[in-house]
Design a protein around this ligand. Structure first.
Ligand code: COD
Length: 303
């Protein structure tokens, strides 16, 4: 399955989105942004050290034609400028460049000029892996460090606009733990039971929520049968809700670096979609993520 083709094929609007890039002086970021411009997905506003941006583009033969450059050499101020471009309506999307995730997210969460809403913000990853003809969604591997029960509920809710945008209107969410049975000593399993109960009581809508599941019986029907798990959704998860940022981030890196998976990521729940990939991700992951964020602008809400 070609993730980029799938995402791009679902973009209906022919109007380009305006993408504000915070600290744009990075080869992979500029490569992804210039490719997105060539695909007519975006017009870019590149905020950062102008001379460095031009130098990096020159070294890698990247054509910045059509982009606007704003010189702001200080990374914290570059994040502020890029966030304000979005919150003021001058740009539709935000993208992280060569800057620590937490620096950009602190700007995003600024109470006066950030991109907060009355909902939690969280990071959603879509990935495909060779030999599996299906999409997997995973959250949260990059923003919420140790979410408590009600934060996990909102993390699930933030995944739903992303699954909908990719054609899954009622996904199956697996609350992933270390084991598939509730163990009072493992908070994640108690949360899983509570989230599953909330969904059954209609407090989480638009998806099935089941758990606790271990990773194997969340995604493999055979593993679920082998363990005698009778839940009809066992082994069929579309969405993997991870217990904390470590588990989510490790799964993300394992899928990309070990399983040769393809990913696209977005922060959901903010006033606008935010492209936030790991600095180690290649330009393909970054381009896929820009395309996903453009697709998300078609959704009425971003979370
Ligand atoms: N959604 C909405 N509001 C939030 C969120 C959220 N996910 N997180 C915090 N807030 C609000 C709080 O309610 C509060 O009003 C304010 O923001 C500050 O909250 P703190 O003090 O808990 O948060 P910060 O500013 O110290 O940190 C927020 C970060 C998102 C920066 C922090 O959680 C973080 O560093 N996350 C991990 C980022 C990271 O390193 N990822 C690496 C993998 S790529």
């Amino acid at each position: 399955m070609n993730l980029r083709h799938l995402i791009v094929s679902r973009i209906q609007s022919s109007k380009k989105a305006v993408l504000a890039v915070a600290v744009a002086e990075d080869a992979e970021v500029l490569s992804a942004v210039t490719q997105a411009m060539k695909l007519n997905l975006v017009d870019a506003i590149l905020v950062g050290h102008e001379e460095e941006i031009r130098k990096v583009a020159g070294i890698h033969g990247l054509d910045l034609h059509g982009s606007t450059l704003i010189h702001e050499p200080d990374p914290v101020l570059a994040c502020e400028t890029a966030v304000k471009l979005v919150s003021s309506g001058k740009a539709d999307l935000l993208m992280k460049g060569l800057v620590d995730t937490s620096v950009l997210l602190k700007a995003v969460l600024n109470k006066d000029w950030g991109l907060r809403t009355d909902h939690l913000l969280s990071h959603v990853t879509v990935f495909t892996v060779p030999d599996h003809e299906r999409l997997f969604f995973m959250s949260d591997g990059a923003m919420n460090i140790a979410p408590e029960l009600m934060a996990k509920k909102q993390i699930i809710e933030n995944v739903l606009p992303v699954t909908r945008a990719l054609g899954l209107s009622h996904p199956k969410v697996a609350v992933v733990c270390a084991v598939e049975k509730v163990n009072p000593k493992m908070q994640a399993t108690l949360d899983a039971q509570a989230l599953s109960d909330m969904a059954k009581a209609g407090e989480i809508v638009g998806c099935d929520v089941d758990g606790p599941f271990a990773m194997d019986n969340a995604i493999s029907i055979e593993a679920a049968h082998h363990k005698g798990i009778t839940n009809v959704n066992a082994g069929r998860a579309d969405v993997l809700l991870m217990p904390n940022i470590e588990a989510g981030n490790i799964l993300y890196k394992a899928m990309t670096f070990l399983a040769k998976g393809t990913v696209a990521c977005v922060i959901s729940g903010a006033q606008a979609p935010i492209v936030l990939t790991s600095r180690a991700d290649d330009d393909e992951a970054k381009l896929n993520s820009i395309a996903l964020a453009v697709l998300m602008t078609q959704e009425k809400t971003h979370g």
